[in-house]
Design a protein around this ligand. Structure first.
Ligand SMILES: [Zn+2]
Length: 282
């Protein structure tokens, strides 16, 4: 068992070497370190991806070249952002003074099975804003992510620039995506992200009519290796919402989804933040 974990760690480190010059950080103290196992004892073909036992949390994170995330603080009894159907609130950052950020993943084009393993290993929550166009290609992939405790929210059916559409067409795009998500995953979205972050008054009205209580924008967006910060900001702030995408090597210049996400997770950890669940705050 232990040998298998080390094998996986070595494999992950080799993979992470592509386009990423960040060396993994030393392990923390409260976990049994994979370093306790003699080096070189790599067991090929023993790379199982079963959920890690609690003591293996450190090794599970190390598979992806990162440290485990600290558990987020207990969410507030009252959500700091109140959803409002008659006038959906627009949110880029959740008011909090705790060192938490929220990770959101858009569209759903890339469906890398390794990303399922990554989230299983790390146990951090993400919020997905998915287009039915991409869901339809493989609904089961996102079902598995939902079963890990991640939330699926609305991003329109076809990813149009809503500002170019009539009020009626906007409503079709938004309600249609909610209908598809409810049918596939048994839960109706309550949060909406307009494609490209573009919206107008008709969008807000349509979103409310389709059951959306909040428009979720972002403060930072993840590129391949680096984070793009809001103008004037050079670092994460408590409550920031971070945008990333389901993207693969063809859109990431050869980098895989899990390498890009490992880069993102490192940026969050380097700045002393952990990841909380958006639904607990909005
Ligand atoms: Zn999008």
């Amino acid at each position: 068992m232990r040998l298998g974990v080390v094998g996986a760690v070595v494999a992950a480190l080799l993979l992470a070497g592509c386009g990423d010059d960040n060396k993994p950080k030393p392990f923390g103290q409260n976990m049994p370190s994979a370093g306790a196992v003699p080096s070189g004892s790599v067991a090929p073909g023993n790379n199982t991806q079963a959920a890690p036992a609690p003591g293996d949390v450190q090794a599970a994170a190390a598979r992806w070249g990162i440290k485990p995330f600290a558990a987020p603080p207990k969410p507030p009894a009252q959500k700091p952002v109140k959803a409002n159907l008659s006038a959906p609130v627009v949110v880029r950052q959740v008011p909090t003074d705790q060192k938490i950020v929220f990770v959101t993943l858009d569209d759903g084009a890339e469906k890398d099975p390794k990303f399922l393993d990554m989230l299983k290993d790390l146990g951090v929550p993400v919020t997905m804003f998915l287009n039915d166009t991409y869901i339809k290609q493989n609904p089961d992939y996102f079902k598995k992510l939902q079963q890990l405790g991640n939330t699926i929210q609305n991003h329109t059916v076809d990813h149009p620039n809503l500002k170019t559409l009539s009020a009626e067409a906007q409503k079709r795009e938004i309600c249609g995506d909610s209908d598809a998500i409810a049918a596939a995953y048994g839960k109706r979205p309550v949060l909406f992200r307009p494609p490209f972050g573009n919206y107008n008054d008709a969008t807000l009205k349509a979103a409310g009519e389709c059951g959306m209580g909040a428009i979720i924008l972002w403060r930072e967006s993840m590129q391949i290796n680096d984070m793009q910060y809001d103008e004037g900001l050079k670092k994460l702030h408590p409550g920031d919402i971070i945008l990333a995408h389901f993207r693969g090597p063809s859109e990431l210049k050869g980098t895989t989804m899990t390498q890009m996400m490992a880069n993102l997770f490192k940026k969050i950890q380097e700045q002393g933040f952990t990841i909380a669940r958006l639904d607990d705050y909005v």
